[in-house]
Design a protein around this ligand. Sequence first.
Ligand code: MV4
Length: 449
Amino acid sequence: MFLKILVANRGEIALRIIRSAKLLGIKTVAVYSEPDKNSLHVMLADEKICIGPSKSTDSYLNIPNVLSAADITKADAIHPGYGFLAESPRFADICETHGITFIGPPASIMKIMADKNNARQEMKKARLPIIPGSDKILSNTEEAKKEAQKIGYPVILKAAAGGGGKGMRIVRTSGQLEGQFAIAQGEAKAAFDNSDLYMEKFIQGAHHIEIQVIADLKGNIMALTERECSIQRKYQKVLEETPSPYIDEKLRKKMIKAVEEAARTIGYQSLGTFEFLVDDKKQFYFMEANTRVQVEHPITEFIYDIDLIKEQIKIAAGEKLSLKNDMKISGHSIECRINAEDAETFIPSPGKIDFLTLPGGEGIRVDTAAYSGWEIPPFYDSLLAKIIAKGPNRKEAVDKIRTALEMTTVVGVKTNIPLHLAILSNNDFKKGNYDIQFLTKFLKSAGRR
Ligand code: MV4
């Protein structure tokens, strides 16, 4: 087993990793940028090293700085969390050549998934259904128009280097194509320094469903019950739940089996998530695979009563998958992502937290790095806390998380808690009757944008 893990991240996920490392008796090293010096992850790790100024590219994304910190502290493994360097095959490669274990899949697997167009083709070969679309990068508007004509409108342009929404544009008519193509290319270039776009048929009224997979280095692979992630704004998840109210047992079994087979075909290792769209005919289509731990992993942990990060660390050290194939889920779990932002305009609200009380009690979990008196720096994402509830059934999980949110106090910065409370009180949401269009329509009807 590792003796010391360097946590190449910040915020709640850095704390989450430190917690599992502690449970395994592994020492931890925190790295931090200058404005993060008063962060909880810095206080709770065994050692800490400053890796640069506020800008991510000069600190959390700076490979030489992160690796130097690992060298100086003699860490034998690096956990990248999510975001930052988590899905960089180059970083994973460099870690290995330095004799440091990258806690994640092999760089070769990460490379396959990093190019979303390539991932589509590879997963098709691995017998996962994919959304009808262009089977190549679109070199110009003319080619895009031809493809869209073949596929049929509406279509969606996606950045090959993207994932998670940047550089994504829905195109409803041929008249919109030229403009949207240019915008998507520009966005992709700015975000990923790669303007490659591909195209898919835009599936209306679908569900965004994802399947967690975990695989050891010996070929043992397990896919778990789906997470329902259809409640998103600007392609950012807002609330997730498991199991999905939309997925029946027959479809669940089929999706789990398909993911296990695809993961086996490509020799997947470590934690990962396969994202799907499920349409109104309950057909499922592969969209992309995330080669990292995800923000919403706790809802899966809650219904299975497992620790995915502990498992991920043990697997990276060469241990056999300890999860049992006959594991059963119990109850229902929901996560609300609490962002420091205005609940109506969604404008980020960094600054000092003057006062904070967090909920608790049976079936409530809070993952956060926030505390009263902490100043949220304006340089990073606005995720302030994840409030997660588990109940014996969906209704009780909804009641529990609503009560937890009502018992949360954040003074000093704005949060999206009012938005969550509004969603949780919505009749369609309460019935589990929602798809990817839900939040857009909901915000429109509430007079927002
Ligand atoms: C789609 C789609 C419909 N058709 N692709 C959004 C995040 C990214 N990971 C994939 N996403 C989507 N891809 C095709 N071909 C619908 C979504 C989508 C979505 C779109 C608009 C508004 C809300 C959404 C919520 C989840 C997924």
